[in-house]
Ligand binder design. Structure first.
Ligand SMILES: *[C@@H]1O[C@H](CO)[C@@H](O)[C@H](O)[C@H]1NC(C)=O
Ligand SMILES: *[C@@H]1O[C@H](CO)[C@@H](O)[C@H](O)[C@H]1NC(C)=O
Length: 431
């Protein structure tokens, strides 16, 4: 014991006459340090913490969902469970799955939402315990679109038979919601705008300004028109009415159809036509159904006219679209399931396409029938819209943060939607 102590003393004081035992201890200590350093460098690196945890790498193979859909029985059923939504609309959720995939390794944060500019049409909202709260809103709204979208989300929440996760998100009600990389909910996107989450268009609630009306109204009136007019009795022409808005593609449509007997294509101005007592150039949505062929063009970005035309038993003739909506992947331009006709982006081959269609009337009838079956009688029903909203909430929740209900001072962060849709502002004096 004494000998050992004196050895340590000698080592500590650097005594030179006992050099050997000093090296005897120092060498293994140095070796151990090297070993420790090696383990430190090679330690597993910290993983980012996700909420909720990422899916297991070897996810069980997905069960094949059997389609179970009956238009008459199910069209207005807003009470479907998540499992029923899968059975009823197996092909509806492609855009949601795509957006989830984009953010799987890089979840949406509250700070990210803070960075989104409050441009016209901006609205920040929260879903908490299946209730909708408005957190922030831009000074300028885009017509009544944000109101329509709030009502639509609210309806999907309060009819959900199962609880939905808490989320916070920003939605944009302008035609274009792009340019920056933050996650935003929008009505449309270009294929390269992968940060956008597509939500159903405002028109699925109602589009009152041009008197197109509620979506169910559009569907009921189109059905009534088609019940009156069989395919054979429809006008054998291509119809289009719209404002030019100085858009190139609309001018191209007018030029490509000029002088052709099969064309009934006219540009009008809302100001001039609206001022007349009887504005014969403005056609209601159901009057479009009286034609065998209806043309579709994009507007400032997408055009909300499409989902209305898809309720007619008519052939939609559209140029190649640049802007996508939540249901566009269901549009098929060839083969036995063809449900619309696609022409060049500049309508360059419109004349030859129309001549081909007119020569094969039975095939046109089949395309129109496919469109009704896929859209009006299935994927564009109120039941489908409600299922889509709830899937969107679940999908977004799987790759984003969970919101705080209270702010740092303990106050409520949001105004319940029930009051907001009445006052249409976040603050007011009690009266
Ligand atoms: C997508 O492409 C369009 C034109 O092709 C371009 O103007 C736009 O900036 C692009 N957006 C993104 C997010 O890359
Ligand atoms: C459409 O036709 C008019 C009249 O012929 C012409 O002035 C105009 O340049 C054409 N527009 C396009 C986009 O081709």
């Amino acid at each position: 014991m004494k000998a050992a102590l004196s050895r340590v003393e000698a080592f500590m004081t650097g005594s030179t006459n006992r050099r050997r035992p000093g090296i005897f201890y120092a060498a293994p200590a140095f070796g151990l340090s090297l070993l420790f350093l090696w383990f430190w460098i090679n330690r597993p690196h910290e993983q980012p913490v996700f909420y909720p945890p990422p899916r297991p790498v070897n996810a069980p193979e997905q069960e094949v969902v059997k389609e179970d859909w009956d238009f008459v029985r199910d069209a207005r059923n807003l009470l479907m469970t998540d499992a029923r939504c899968d059975e009823a609309f197996p092909e509806l959720y492609k855009e949601i799955n795509r957006a989830v995939e984009v953010r799987k390794g890089d979840h949406v944060t509250s700070k990210e939402l803070d960075k989104i500019m409050k441009v016209p049409g901006y609205m920040r909202v929260m879903i908490y315990d299946q209730q909708l709260y408005i957190l922030d809103v831009a000074e300028v709204a885009i017509n009544l679109r944000e109101q329509a979208t709030l009502h639509a989300i609210h309806r999907a929440l309060i009819t959900s038979p199962e609880p939905l996760p808490n989320i916070e998100f920003v939605f944009m009600s302008d035609d274009i919601a792009a340019g920056t990389p933050e996650a935003k909910w929008a009505y449309s996107r270009q294929s390269n705008e992968t940060a956008n989450w597509l939500m159903p268009d405002f028109g699925y609630w109602s589009w009152p300004e041009p008197k197109i009306g509620s979506y169910l109204e559009v569907q009921m009136k189109a059905t009534a028109m088609d019940a009156k007019l069989s395919w054979k009795k429809k006008t054998n022409k291509l119809l289009w009415r719209g404002a030019s808005m100085e858009l190139l593609v609309r001018e191209q449509l007018v030029n490509a159809s000029r002088g052709h007997e099969w064309a009934d294509v006219k540009i009008f101005s809302w100001e001039e036509e609206g001022a007349k007592d009887s504005n014969s150039e403005i056609l209601t949505m159901d009057q479009h159904c009286a034609y065998k062929y209806v043309a579709h063009t994009e507007g400032v970005s997408y055009s909300a006219r499409l989902q209305n035309l898809q309720n007619c038993n008519s052939v939609i003739v559209s140029h190649k679209l640049r802007w996508l909506q939540h249901h566009h992947h269901l549009m098929v331009s060839s083969g036995p399931n063809q449900n619309f006709v696609e022409v060049d982006a500049d309508f360059g081959n419109l004349a030859e396409t129309m001549e081909g269609l007119l020569a094969r009337d039975e095939e046109s009838e089949r395309i129109a029938r496919n469109s009704v079956r896929v859209f009006k009688e299935h994927y564009l029903t109120p039941a489908a819209e409600t299922c889509y909203w709830r899937k969107l909430v679940r999908g977004y929740a799987s790759v984003s943060f969970e919101p705080e209900f209270f702010d740092s001072k303990g106050a409520w962060r949001g105004l319940p939607v029930e009051s907001y849709v009445l006052e249409r502002k976040l603050t007011w004096k009690p009266h």
